[in-house]
Structure formats: structure tokens, C-alpha cells
Design a protein around this ligand. Structure first.
Ligand SMILES: [Zn+2]
Length: 407
């Protein structure tokens, strides 16, 4: 089988996660893919492949050499984004792409004017949607690449390798991909998430993430009798937000710049609430953003009275580079393998979080690699199939490099 055939098959199984559910997994249908993967892993000689009650699939390729080699893991997520339908996905393959607009359906066209970088994909083979669903290459391309590498080792017992751990996780798209992850069962010293876009890109850095929850307490009174007495919490909330620098919003920042992002604003005269997401690669800057918010609260409280504004901060995730930066040899395994396949490696920081960031702080350092997909979470999602097939080879090269280091 090829990684392409695998992606085609896995994409046909609806695994959309559900942000409104409190259960683990958030949707039972993720088990449909989990059970298939366990069956396939067993057929490929992964004898201990299993799925647990929370829909995490684990399996191991035992070492087939005598020397001690560190256990390396590969991880991909099974769920697709709740942002767009993942039911009835029927992918289409375009061979020798002409670098022009791609009609997806009667009414929908993937336009070069919207996605200009696609011009550079002329000559490649693409997998696209029929315009009614997302493709699910995020992250079934990662699953397909890992399964393809497993199949290779199954068919080539002469290929020597150390211990390899595999995990397929549910609910990554709703931020709960590591909620019930079991590091004991996974058993890897370090790992890679196969959950990026271009195969040339690797990432060992994520944002630091924190949320400020702000409550504004007003004083409500009949507006006809409000002079010099009413404190309208909603208006005070607007004033608070106006005290924060406009140039720090997501719409004004890119690359390595962090931001303050207003969300969930609700209010009446009596009470207003909102959240501000703090994001930056640099933890020093995070302290500065906290200061900005606390200064704004202080100003409001001096103007309208003590306890008008109350701020609490909660941490969401940390930049995994704090740990991966001290272990550059891990990312460099990915970088060298990318180069060995003829791509120019690019280290691109992720303007968000990854399951790998959470795993890194759980003791499994975990950079991210790409498998050729792009335009995730919507009908314009596609996968470059040459890159997908290369991603399976990339995994093998990394496994081989870990073995070679111990020889
Ligand atoms: Zn993903």
C-alpha cells in the first residue's frame, strides 16, 4: 500500500471532534478510525497495538538489534476540526497539476488569487476535496505516513532499528489531545508529532499562552435618574479595552510578534466580562503583557472605585522551546532527515500550541514535522502527495539516524 492510498481510506472515516462534549473522546465516532488502525497495526506485526477507553491508540515496534538505542515516538491525531464537515469526504487526485485554479465542484473553485503559493506546486500530484467537506489531511496524512513507515519495517525485517513507539490521539482540534495521554504506555524518550504542513518545515517552538479573565462590576440604576450615579459596566469594559495598545492585536502582528487578543466580551450595566488571550514566544514579553493589563485595571479602579475591575490569569501552555532549546540534537534529527530528502529545511515557530508542546512538558520532548497538507480546517484543504510519500521515508530516516548514533 502507499501513504496516498491510506490517506484516501482514512479520510473517508468521519472523526470530527466535538467542542461541546465533556467526554473523552469528545465523539464516539473517533473509535471507528482507532479500531481500524489497531487492526492494521496488528496485521503489520505491531502485536501490542491497542486502543484504550479514551480512544488513544498505542503500539510499539520492539528493537531488532542488541545495542541500546533510545526509544523514539511518532504521534498523529485522528480527529478533524469542528470548523467544517468531515462527513462523507470524497477526495480526488489531480496528477501533474497545472498550477492554475482548481474547480472543486460546480460552485466552488480553489483560486490561485486566494492561494498564490499553489502556483509553485505545478507538476505535483494533489489530493483535494469535492468542496463539501474538509480533506482531513490534518492529521490523517500524519497517520498515513506513520502507518506506511510501519509497513516498511514489517516488509523489511533486515532493516535494523531501536524501539519505536506509536500513538494516535483523539480531540487534538479541540485542545484536548493530551488530556488522557499515557506517557507510561507510550514509552518514548522523545517523539515527533507529524502534524504540520510542508514537509520542509519543522517546528520546535510554540507560543506561551495565558488567558486574562476580566470582570467589571458596575452600578446599575434607572437611566432616567442616573446622573453622577450610574457606572455602566459595559462602557467601563470598553474603556478598559481601549487602554490596551491597538498594535498588539492579532490583526497587527505576525512572525515572531506576540499579541493580546480580546474574546468573549459580554455585558450589562451591572456586570461585564471578557477574556484577553496573551500570546508570545518570549516569556519576558508575557510578563510585560500581564503588566499592561494590570495597569489598565489599576487605572479603572482609581477612576471608578476599588474592585470595579478584577483580573485573574490562567496559564494555557508554554513555549516548548524552553525545553527543546536545551536539546537541539532532537530537532536536528528532523532537520537532517528533511535535507536528506532534497528539501531545504525551514525552522518555523508555531503561532499557536501543539500537542507536542504539552508532551514536551510531560517529559517527552516533541518537535513537529509536516506531511504535505495545507489550507487546513476547510474545503480548500489539499495534500501534496509526493510530500506525503516522502514523509513516510522521513520517519524511516529519523529512526535510522537514531540507531546510527549508537553505533
Ligand atoms: Zn492537526
Amino acid at each position: 500500500m502507499s501513504a496516498t492510498e491510506r490517506l484516501m481510506r482514512y479520510a473517508g472515516i468521519d472523526t470530527q471532534s466535538d467542542p461541546d462534549s465533556q467526554s473523552h473522546p469528545s465523539s464516539e465516532k473517533q473509535f471507528d478510525l482507532a479500531r481500524l488502525l489497531v487492526k492494521e497495526l496488528r496485521e503489520l506485526g505491531v502485536e501490542d497495538a491497542m486502543v484504550d477507553e479514551h480512544c488513544y491508540v498505542y503500539g510499539h515496534l520492539p528493537s531488532n538489534i542488541s545495542q541500546k538505542v533510545p526509544a523514539i515516538g511518532f504521534i498523529a491525531h485522528m480527529d478533524t476540526s469542528p470548523d467544517y464537515s468531515g462527513a462523507g469526504v470524497s477526495p480526488r487526485i489531480i496528477e501533474n497539476y497545472d498550477g492554475k485554479d482548481i474547480p472543486l465542484s460546480e460552485t466552488m473553485t480553489m483560486k490561485i488569487s486566494d492561494f498564490p503559493w499553489m502556483r509553485d506546486l505545478a507538476g505535483k500530484t494533489l489530493m483535494v476535496t469535492d468542496g463539501t467537506t474538509l480533506l482531513g489531511a490534518d492529521d490523517k496524512a500524519g497517520i498515513a505516513a506513520i502507518m506506511e513507515a510501519v509497513e516498511y519495517f514489517h516488509d523489511h525485517s533486515e532493516e535494523k532499528h531501536g524501539p519505536v513507539s506509536i500513538a494516535f490521539t483523539p480531540d487534538e482540534e479541540i485542545g484536548r489531545g493530551t488530556a488522557c495521554f499515557d506517557p507510561e504506555r507510550f514509552q518514548a524518550e522523545f517523539a515527533f508529532t507529524m502534524d504540520g504542513d510542508s514537509i520542509a518545515v519543522y517546528s520546535d517552538e510554540t507560543f506561551n499562552a495565558e488567558t486574562a479573565h476580566v470582570e467589571i462590576h458596575g452600578f446599575s440604576i434607572h437611566p432616567g435618574a442616573a446622573k453622577n450615579r450610574m457606572k455602566n459596566a459595559s462602557l467601563i469594559a470598553c474603556e478598559f479595552i481601549g487602554l490596551l495598545p491597538d498594535w498588539l492585536t492579532p490583526a497587527h502582528t505576525e512572525n515572531r510578534e506576540g499579541f493580546l487578543h480580546l474574546t468573549r466580551l459580554t455585558g450589562t450595566e451591572e456586570k461585564a466580562e471578557f477574556s484577553i488571550l496573551l500570546r508570545d514566544f518570549d516569556s519576558e514579553n508575557m510578563r510585560k503583557y500581564e503588566e499592561l493589563i494590570l495597569d489598565a485595571a489599576d487605572f479603572i479602579n482609581r477612576r471608578y472605585g476599588e474592585k470595579t475591575a478584577a483580573v485573574t490569569f490562567s496559564k494555557t501552555y508554554q513555549n516548548m522551546h524552553e525545553i527543546l532549546g536545551r536539546k537541539p540534537e532532537i530537532s536536528s534529527l528532523g532537520e537532517k532527515a528533511i535535507r536528506s530528502l532534497g528539501y531545504e529545511p525551514q525552522n518555523v515557530p508555531i503561532r499557536g500550541g501543539t500537542d507536542g508542546a504539552a508532551l514536551t512538558f510531560m517529559g517527552i520532548p516533541c518537535p513537529n514535522l509536516g506531511c504535505g497538507g495545507n489550507n487546513f480546517h476547510g474545503p480548500y484543504e489539499y495534500c501534496v502527495l509526493e510530500e506525503l510519500e516522502d514523509a513516510a521515508v522521513l520517519i524511516r530516516r529519523i529512526i535510522a539516524a537514531v540507531r546510527e548514533e549508537t553505533e
